[in-house]
Design a protein around this ligand. Structure first.
Ligand code: PLP
Length: 414
């Protein structure tokens, strides 16, 4: 066993590591009830497990206990010490910025801004790039609307939005090459598709963008926290993600990555007192914008939200995103293998290939998916429906018994 495998074994159990090796060597997955050990200590950090089989992280994830404690601590400090506690909070925000940089492998925390949503980050790109009439940009034809409307809004400036055709929520690389031309300025894509769960080949697309001087923007909300991402290696220029899904943070606390390479190619569409280089020099107006990503932070920080996000991030980084991804892929393999056996009229829409697989399992059923999710809710199983499919999205703290339970309970009405 290699050193990495040994570390993994320690975190998710010997059998999980063995499964990782078997997935890596493309051996056929065989379902075995004992294949995953349950990491009790991490699972215990999720009180939601006492109430629900919670498999809807692609919608909104629950807060771990550690985030709850961080928020509680902040509230207590604020209530007992007011703003005299601010140095502690500012230090925490700086630490959270470093943690986000670690999560996505950014070269510096100066490339990270905190924002209010994924949508805000994507809109900063759409509104901040200097477009010329006749420019075009590419987006897949099945993106979540957050990665559609900010671009459609550019049509009024004479920018053409070209939609890349997809198959089962998957972009074929040749389609990008077919659609692009000399006027293509940007590609924007989700790192993981919200409908199918397909993981985009970001490195391949990023290399193509770099070779063709095209800006590369990523909606990272369905990947960050569940799937490893390296913005440097993938030549990503912009990435936006909110905390409330796989990052297990609160809604409305998000980050926006702007690569150093493109700092001078994008201007903030919202300017405030904090956008400038000397924001605390209140009595002296000097309209010199900050150089890095923080020029996109116009006013006061979402201190409470960032406390929660930071605690969740620290938990995820402690477990390790590679480990989390392996655990999620293992759970979805268990789930889909059982479904194939027990739900004969159900078809898997998500990719079969473990390398393209995220935490999202999309299933086509013969039954009305809206009715199905109600029936699952009655069984205290929380999942969703998207694009007409049943969507089940487990995270690393779920366990194989829960996957079994979903299939067993669902068998009655699917
Ligand atoms: C791919 C994708 N992007 C963006 C969003 C919405 O993000 P926000 O509310 O942070 O703008 C969602 C939410 O479901 C999503 O699935």
């Amino acid at each position: 066993m290699s050193q990495n495998e040994a570390l993994l074994a320690e975190k998710i159990g010997q059998k999980g590591a063995a499964l990782k090796s078997s997935l890596a060597s493309n051996q056929i997955f065989k379902y075995n009830l004992n294949i995953m050990s349950t990491n009790k200590s991490y699972r215990d950090l999720f009180p939601v497990t006492q109430n629900w089989t919670y498999v809807n992280h692609a919608a909104v994830g629950p807060l771990p206990k550690t985030s709850l404690e961080a928020v509680h601590q902040f509230m207590t400090d604020s209530s007992e010490h007011g703003y005299t506690a601010a140095p502690k909070w500012h230090a925490l925000i700086a630490r959270a910025r470093v943690n986000v940089a670690k999560l996505i492998h950014a070269s510096s925390s100066e490339e990270i801004a905190f924002t209010s949503s994924t949508s805000a980050g994507l809109a900063f790109v759409a509104q901040g790039v200097k477009w010329n009439k006749g420019d075009n940009l590419l987006i897949p034809d099945c993106e979540f609307p957050a990665n559609v409307y900010p671009w459609l809004d550019l049509q009024k400036k004479g920018v053409e939005v070209r939609q890349i055709p997809t198959q089962n929520g998957k972009v074929l690389f040749e389609e990008i090459e077919k659609l692009a031309d000399k006027k293509t300025r940007l590609i924007s894509i989700s790192s993981v598709q919200y409908g199918s769960g397909w993981i985009a080949p970001l490195k391949e697309i990023g290399e193509w963008c770099q070779a063709n001087s095209v800006l590369f923007c990523v909606d990272g909300i369905q990947g960050c926290g569940a799937v490893p991402i390296n913005v440097e290696e993938c030549h990503i220029d912009f990435l936006a993600a909110d905390a409330h899904k796989w990052l297990l943070g609160p809604e409305g606390t998000a980050f926006f990555y702007v690569s150093k390479r493109v700092w001078d190619q994008v201007t903030p569409s919202i300017i405030g007192w904090k956008s400038v280089q000397n924001p605390l020099d209140f009595d002296h107006i000097d309209f010199t914008l900050k150089e890095g990503a923080q020029k996109f932070e116009a006013g006061s920080d979402n201190v409470l939200g960032i406390h929660a996000l930071n605690a969740s991030l620290e938990l995820l980084l402690e477990v390790g995103i590679e480990t989390i991804h392996q655990k999620i892929v293992t759970l979805t393999q268990i789930l889909t293998t059982l479904i194939e056996k027990e739900w004969p009229d159900t078809k898997l829409i998500s990719p079969e290939n473990p390398k393209e697989r995220s935490g999202i399992v999309a299933l086509k059923t013969t039954k009305d998916p809206n009715k199905l999710i109600e029936q699952f809710l009655n069984e205290k199983i929380y999942c969703a429906t998207r694009r007409g499919f049943l969507r089940i999205s487990p995270h690393f703290y779920n366990n194989d018994e829960e996957m079994e339970l979903i299939v067993h309970k669902g068998k009655k009405f699917i």
